[in-house]
Write a protein that binds this ligand. Structure first.
Ligand SMILES: Cc1cc2nc3c(=O)[nH]c(=O)nc-3n(C[C@H](O)[C@H](O)[C@H](O)COP(=O)(O)OP(=O)(O)OC[C@H]3O[C@@H](n4cnc5c(N)ncnc54)[C@H](O)[C@@H]3O)c2cc1C
Ligand code: FES
Length: 426
């Protein structure tokens, strides 16, 4: 054996040992994280149970009772929140002057807007959801709406209907109809865990509500906020967030700019020149069990939520919400592909149409619309409940868990597909 061959063998053995050692360390880290998921873990970082939060709010002010259907509000105040003036907050007070019910921070409001369709110039009713962006208050709700332009590659299509209407037509004194707060994505108060809030772009709004609630109530739970935007022009409520970070030792603010401007100062305006990703979380979080709350654009959600799972975070400790139509499947797998050998029959009982299901359709809503069946819809994401329809026969499979409450014998068409032959009351 030559000296060179011997040296290569020794190098190979050393590299193999290093690789095994690294694998062992990784395995131990994951195991340690999973061990945190046992009931015996009561983190020393937590001293006041968050379960007192809403009770505290209800005791602090006279809270009203919830309501069915739409209630009329007026806009007390509106103000831009970013340098670009693309995000505007609206402060909404009930016209009847009665106190508002306490909501769960993270929940949203559903709005019914009557506006002019930019294509037909006819009146059109549009239903959309907006997260509450502040802690519960007795006298107003706040939402923060981002203007949605036409897609860059389709400049000829009209810009977002509802967001443009809010920005261009909803002024102080405007009246507006909204449903009571709802939604299953909200602060979970049954666990004594530190909280990690992750908001990408306008996905920051439910995080603001949770953050303001937790810090205002003086709860000592440790809270981390990771807020990802491109640069300082998109940064919303900057002064408010900085004030909170200076005032509360238990609040850790991590602002991430993916493309900072020349005048954005690292360490002052923002902390990280990066998108929010797992390496950043691993580098900045302690080894504890946390509750993770995530809301952001599709690429962030699709990479970060599974990455948290791979890191060893129990799926029961990850809560997330998507603003767009089905950007991320929530806890459920997509319905199994329907075999073309057994085509399913979808009967729309009111219109008298019976049509074979198209397996390429994303949802029953899309399928009904493609076949000229009129269906009410709003969020197209299982949140607003507008597309709720009675199922006379058959069953559906949900692509994701519904956020809206579904009455027995009904389904949300926008997030479901047929499991077998269906008769829908449409
Ligand atoms: C639970 C929940 C909470 C939410 N919270 C917030 C929040 O706090 N803040 C917030 O800003 N948003 C929030 N949203 C999103 C919000 O509800 C709306 O989806 C958003 O404002 C866009 O609605 P729009 O009517 O303005 O746009 P839409 O009219 O729905 O248009 C969306 C996009 O489609 C484009 N488009 C229009 N016509 C066509 C066409 N023919 N072909 C191709 N593209 C077309 C538009 O130009 C636009 O880019 C939330 C959504 C949900 C489900
Ligand atoms: S359109 Fe909102 S739940 Fe289906």
């Amino acid at each position: 054996m030559t000296t060179g061959t011997l040296a290569l063998i020794i190098l190979g053995v050393i590299l193999a040992q290093v690789a095994i050692a690294m694998l062992l360390i990784l395995h131990r880290r994951k195991h340690e994280y999973q061990e945190l998921d046992t009931p015996k873990d009561t983190s020393p970082a937590v001293s006041t149970p968050p379960s007192s939060l809403l009770k505290h709010a209800a005791e602090t002010f006279a809270s009203g009772s919830t309501w069915e259907g739409y209630r009329e509000f007026s806009v007390q105040r509106r103000e831009f929140e970013d340098n670009n003036q693309s995000i505007c907050s609206f402060y909404l007070v009930p016209l009847d002057g009665k106190p508002l019910p306490v909501f769960n921070p993270g929940q949203f409001l559903t709005f019914k807007l009557l506006l002019e369709d930019p294509l037909t110039h006819k009146s059109k009713t549009v239903v959309r959801c907006y997260s509450l962006s502040d802690a519960p208050r007795p006298d107003y709700y706040r939402i923060s709406v981002k203007r949605v332009p036409a897609p860059i590659n389709q400049p000829d299509v009209p810009p977002g209907l509802s967001s443009s209407f809010f920005h261009d037509h909803i002024q102080e004194g405007s009246r507006i109809l909204l449903k009571a707060p709802s939604g299953h994505f909200h602060l979970m108060e049954n666990e004594l865990l530190p909280i990690v809030l992750i908001g990408g772009g306008i996905g920051i709004t439910p995080m603001l509500s949770i953050l303001n609630t937790v810090l205002e109530r003086g709860v000592n739970t440790e809270v981390w906020l990771y807020y990802g935007i491109r640069n300082g022009d998109e940064h919303i409520m900057k002064a408010h967030l900085q004030t909170l970070a200076s005032a509360h030792d238990n609040f850790h603010l991590h602002i991430c700019y993916s493309a900072p401007n020349e005048n954005d100062a690292k360490g002052i305006d923002y902390q990280h020149s990066a998108r929010i990703n797992l390496p950043l979380l691993r580098a900045t979080l302690k080894l504890l069990r946390y509750q993770f709350y995530v809301c952001g654009p599709k690429p962030m959600m699709e990479s970060l939520v599974p990455a948290l799972g791979d890191w060893g975070v129990n799926s029961n400790d990850i809560y997330y919400e998507s603003f767009g139509p089905a950007t991320l499947k929530k806890h459920r797998k997509t319905a199994p592909a329907i075999s073309s050998e057994h085509p399913l029959n979808i009967t729309f009982s009111q219109t008298g149409k019976s049509i074979l299901w198209d397996p390429a359709a994303d949802s029953l809503l899309e399928f009904a619309e493609a076949n000229d069946i009129e269906v009410e819809s709003g969020c197209r994401a299982g949140s607003c409940g507008s597309c709720q329809t009675a199922v006379k026969a058959g069953e559906v499979d949900y692509n994701q868990d519904p956020d809206a409450d579904v009455s027995p014998g009904h389904c949300l068409l926008c997030i479901s597909k047929p499991k077998n032959d269906l008769i829908l009351e449409l």
